[in-house]
Design a protein around this ligand. Structure first.
Ligand SMILES: [Ca+2]
Ligand SMILES: [Ca+2]
Ligand SMILES: [Ca+2]
Length: 496
């Protein structure tokens, strides 16, 4: 298919930036950062209140309905499927938001807000399900939540989109929920034409080997290829809306670029709502923002990001690498990082006219849907992928590693953490999320790494893992060389 052509520098910038951040992730174990996955438990305060903790945000043009965009946000990391008897839910004293800025002034023009209520059929039992649950309104579903979804305009005008609909429950197990897929289906609603809404539990779509935090995959590269988040669930909201709902002046043809971020506000004792979580691009609060400011970032607005600019242009981690490994840090200020995280990349996803720098996940809604998506996104020649929005299958970790090892400069390679796909398959249609892992699975987090590969068990990842050892060796080198390598990559030339 025809590719959108970026200039050499634009392409290099997009990729190298991603690389820089992810390398930083790789080296986080060396420093005092309390970092984990994309945004799973990234800051000290929020890690104690997981119900309010945003883990990931996705924004992409809907593959089966290109006149629409799908927004997905997840909360509550590391839900153990069998973790009862009180299973997982959204907080009832919180507002869960996805904001859209469509005129590049770092202020929301459209906000979608989800709020929740708890319901019990009876409180005379400890069970969340008192018998087989065959529909969302089954009386055997003893505990359930309902949600309200509103759209808030810049003027403050509030329009209700969904009211009093059921949240798909935690997947307790096959005795309680013999056909979970039916419950998922029932929880997907179409409140009006070309609008779809789903809220409920889903398998965590983020995939990576988290042992990168154990001193770069175990210090000797022995720890890779295992999807640490496999079989853990999250609480998800997914919303598919016409592009015109999101675009400036409702005109997605003229104004196709939007920026988006999610926040959570928790009700305080005096009744006001206080923002406690914020997330746009993956990994920003984990690796760009220093520990002392992480909680502050979670409470901040994009209009305040100018204050964080110095951490983006002058990141801490390359200096850490330099001090530990003696590898020269790239020259600062890192204007390359600014374009991906704070303004958008020109020719890809930067809005026309003046852009106020702010950390947002930016999507060009006019980029055609790729028939066969490349998990490496823009670096893989697939401009519909990250960092042009983010699809569920975009492999943000490998994007970084491959850039480091020369993908941009003519050295095609297959570097990665050995985890190329989510452990559970995504759907082809809304809400795309995989069904939540079931509580009746005795081994919900099977190893997909070296030990699994040596066993006779054939899993869906076997093909993916072939050649993993080579990749691991290179990724180790890549991580160490990364910071040093970016400067060089930017100076060389290659068309994306
Ligand atoms: Ca705005
Ligand atoms: Ca997963
Ligand atoms: Ca990967």
């Amino acid at each position: 298919m025809k590719r959108t052509r970026l200039t050499t520098r634009q392409g290099a910038i997009a990729l190298a930036c991603t690389g820089g951040l992810l390398t930083a992730v790789g080296l986080a174990g060396l420093g005092p950062l309390a970092a984990t996955a994309s945004s799973h438990r990234e800051a000290p305060l929020i890690s104690g209140t997981p119900q309010y903790d945003t883990t990931d945000l996705y924004a992409f043009r809907s593959p089966e309905k290109q006149g629409t965009v799908t927004l997905v946000a997840n909360w509550l990391p590391f839900e153990e499927p069998a973790g009862g008897p009180n299973f997982y839910s959204f907080a009832t004293d919180a507002q869960y938001d996805i904001h859209v800025d469509n005129n590049a002034d770092a202020k929301p023009d459209v906000t979608f807000r989800w709020t929740f209520k708890d319901h019990y059929v009876t409180k005379d039992t400890f069970l969340a399900a008192t018998g087989p649950v065959t529909s969302l309104k089954d009386k055997n579903l003893n505990y359930y939540q309902t949600y309200k979804l509103v759209r808030i305009a810049k003027s403050g005008k509030v329009k209700t989109i969904v009211n009093n609909k059921r949240v798909a429950p935690s997947n307790i197990g096959k005795a309680s929920m013999p056909d979970y897929a039916a419950l998922r289906k029932e929880a997907t609603t179409m409140p009006e034409k070309n609008v779809k809404s789903f809220v409920g539990q889903a398998e965590d779509p983020f995939f990576l080997d988290l042992r990168v935090f154990d001193l770069l995959y175990g210090g000797d590269l022995s720890e890779a290829g295992d999807d640490t988040l496999a079989g853990f669930n999250v609480q998800s909201v997914a919303l598919q809306v016409p592009k015109r709902w999101l675009a400036k002046k409702g005109n997605a043809t003229k104004n196709p670029v939007i920026g988006t971020w999610s926040t959570t506000q928790k009700k305080s004792t005096n009744g006001t709502y206080v923002q406690v979580s914020r997330l746009g691009n993956p990994l920003v609060n984990e690796v760009v923002i220093p520990l002392k400011l992480k909680d502050g970032f979670n409470a901040s607005k994009p209009t305040q990001d100018v204050g964080a600019l110095k951490y983006v242009t002058n990141p801490e981690l390359p200096k850490l690498v330099e001090s530990v490994y003696g590898i020269d840090a790239p020259k600062t200020p890192r204007d390359d990082l600014v374009s991906v995280f704070l303004t958008g990349v020109k020719g890809l996803n930067k809005a026309k006219g003046k852009v106020t720098p702010s950390e947002q996940l930016r999507l060009n809604m006019s980029t055609p849907v790729t028939a066969e998506p490349n998990r490496l996104g823009v670096i893989g020649g697939d401009t519909q992928g990250y960092p042009n929005g983010r699809r569920l299958g975009d492999d943000v970790i490998d994007i970084a590693l491959q850039v480091v090892e020369g993908e941009l400069v003519g050295s095609a390679n297959d570097l990665g953490d050995g985890v190329n796909v989510n452990d559970a398959a995504f759907g082809d249609t809304f809400p795309y999320l995989a069904l939540p892992a079931s509580g009746s699975n005795a081994d919900p987090h099977p190893s997909t790494g070296a030990s699994a590969k040596q066993s006779s068990t054939q899993g869906p990842l076997d093909g993916v893992l072939l050649g993993r050892e080579g990749s691991m060796a290179m990724s180790g080198v890549g991580l160490l060389a990364l910071v040093a390598g970016i400067g060089g990559a930017l100076r060389r030339r290659r068309d994306v």
